[in-house]
Write a protein that binds this ligand. Structure first.
Ligand SMILES: [Zn+2]
Length: 305
């Protein structure tokens, strides 16, 4: 009897091995690093995450290269910001991929911005006002409360798509959410000195960050969204600096720092580089250290003067 069950065991083992290889990891294509990082947190070993862009690329301006199309073709789930951030490239990738399961409206298409309250929704759409984000500001990853909302929605979606592993996704989500809530409590305490301070941004990239921390944006270096800063616009900002108590000017890792550095030098305020997403700075290695590093940089900037 004993001998027989041992044999059964030996025969079953290779079969099990075969079964687990047949059930390959879920292929996730993420448009930006923050969503790739979140998919990895919740998917763990069950997902194979491929990120389309790096933190040093401008997510508004990505080329729909054949290599990206090929990656979308093989994806089970496409996770992007949405809210028109990728309007110039994602629709091309989706169309050219010929992958029916990741088209808008399908389970394999996940837009993070659908799950948060969006800021800066224009009341009137006027393209002469520059590259305006018609669906509201898409840079939702700058507020950790948004990350928590997206995490819940993504957890639910992964359970739907890969239902045989639903309990594992639920467990990963609950572990992530618990650690995230603790981190958010710590960040909120740490960031208290940033409340009410006035700043100038390079691009309208941080309204969610400002809302979270109670910071005030008094001006933007881009004269219009998506339009490079001009000398006359910068000169005007410099003049207005004299009457406002601006503490620092902020730009994202992927942006040319020149305009921010000019204002810093001439206006005598620090120019602070923010990672903007995972990988934007050496310190921003995952979603947790992305916010740790962002706050460290903001607090250093606020203490300069
Ligand atoms: Zn933008």
């Amino acid at each position: 009897m004993l001998k027989k069950s041992l044999w059964v065991g030996l025969i079953t083992l290779p079969l099990l091995g075969l079964t687990s290889t047949a059930h390959a990891a879920l292929k996730v294509f993420a448009c930006e690093p923050e969503w790739g990082a979140l998919a990895q947190e919740i998917g763990g070993k069950l997902v194979d995450v491929n990120v389309a862009t790096s933190a040093l690329q401008d997510p508004h301006q990505i080329q729909a290269k054949p290599s990206l199309i090929a990656r979308v073709r093989n994806a089970d789930l496409v996770i992007c910001t949405g809210a028109e951030l990728e309007i110039g490239w994602l629709p091309v990738l989706l169309q050219q991929s010929g992958n029916a399961k990741v088209q808008p409206g399908q389970l394999g298409n996940f837009a993070a911005a659908d799950y948060v309250r969006k800021l800066d929704i224009p009341t009137q759409l006027d393209r002469s006002q520059g590259d305006v984000h018609a669906a509201g500001n898409p840079h939702i990853q700058m507020d950790p409360r948004n990350i928590a909302l997206v995490a819940n929605a993504l957890g639910a979606r992964l359970q739907q798509i890969d239902s045989s592993n639903a309990s594992q996704y639920a467990q990963n989500l609950s572990s992530f959410s618990q650690r995230w809530q603790q981190a958010m409590a710590r960040w909120t305490t740490q960031a208290a000195p940033l409340k009410d301070i006035a700043v100038i941004s390079r691009h309208k990239a941080y309204p969610y960050l400002y809302e979270w921390l109670g910071m005030k944006e008094v001006a933007v270096l881009e004269p219009k969204p998506g339009v490079e800063p001009t000398a006359s616009h910068l000169q005007g900002l410099l003049t207005s600096l004299k009457s406002t108590h601006v503490r620092m000017t902020l730009y994202s890792a992927y942006q040319d720092p020149k305009a921010s550095e000019w204002l810093s030098k001439n206006g005598n305020i620090p120019a602070i580089k923010l990672p903007f997403t995972v990988g934007g700075t050496d310190g921003a290695k995952d979603l947790f250290s992305f916010f740790d590093d962002t706050l460290t940089r903001l607090l250093a900037g606020a203490n300069t003067k």
